[in-house]
Design a protein around this ligand. Structure first.
Ligand SMILES: Nc1nc2c(c(=O)[nH]1)N[C@H]1C(S)=C(S)[C@@H](COP(=O)(O)O)O[C@H]1N2
Ligand SMILES: [Mo]
Length: 219
């Protein structure tokens, strides 16, 4: 556990206890080709807000996104520089480890692959650690981060993200549980070795594939 982690709310403590108890595990497997809803999930029409309880307000004129570490071209992008990168629109489903799923979310933003083209990860860079303005962190294999569906999203349903859902910019990585999609994204650290983030150090699975029900780490 890192010592600069934010203070824990009641919900955060409950979620950590559920991880210890293996709550919500069904033991079933499903295949994305035939079953749209992963095992143990239920559909919701609304869009719940889940986070550590801090909603950092970052004014656009002070906002930056930094990409650094094991890359050929580290960058610090301001809002105008982010808007100048290639833009795309992607529709994907959300699967949260607390068992709600939400279909057909439309995201607009910069495909992660466009950012990777810009910074050029070095051959030794196998992992990323993502840092957010609320102190949240989460880790990914570079191969997962580089998914063609991954997008640095500034808009949902054609409108700018609300502050509660991560404005001005969040990652959306639809093939993993939603805790792997940080809101209020601030810094992308490219690493040669893996380093676990906030939930991963509190009992959540290191990868978080909803189809394999990778909710929690064993033990
Ligand atoms: N910065 C940040 N990102 C975060 C979190 C957080 O606490 N802080 N919580 C994660 C979790 S556990 C979930 S389920 C989703 C929820 O996103 P939503 O509130 O937009 O539904 O955000 C993820 N990204
Ligand atoms: Mo979550």
């Amino acid at each position: 556990m890192s010592d600069d982690a934010p203070a824990e709310s009641k919900l955060t403590r409950s979620k950590q206890r559920w991880a210890e108890e293996g709550r919500f595990l069904t033991g079933r497997h499903a295949r994305p080709e035939t079953d749209r809803l992963p095992p143990g999930q239920h559909l919701t029409q609304d869009w719940p807000v889940l986070d550590l309880g801090l909603h950092p307000a970052v004014p656009l004129d002070r906002w930056t996104l930094q990409a650094f570490g094991a890359v050929e071209h580290p960058v610090t992008l301001n809002w105008a520089a982010l808007q100048a990168l290639p833009q795309a629109s992607k529709v994907s489903d959300i699967h949260c480890v607390t068992t709600w799923s939400r279909y057909d979310n439309q995201w607009d933003g910069v495909p992660v692959r466009a950012l990777l083209d810009l910074v050029q990860p070095q051959a030794e860079a196998g992992h990323v650690l993502l840092h957010s303005y609320d102190g949240y962190t989460t880790n990914l294999d570079l191969a997962d981060f580089a998914s063609p569906d991954a997008i640095l999203a500034h808009s949902w349903s054609g409108k700018p993200l609300t502050e509660a859902h991560g404005a001005p910019l969040r990652l959306v990585l639809p093939h993993l549980y939603f805790w792997k999609s940080p809101k209020w994204l601030a810094r992308i650290e490219f690493r040669t070795g893996d380093r676990q983030g906030y939930w991963e150090t509190r009992g959540y699975h290191n990868r978080g594939d909803p189809w394999a029900e990778e909710r929690y780490s064993a033990g």
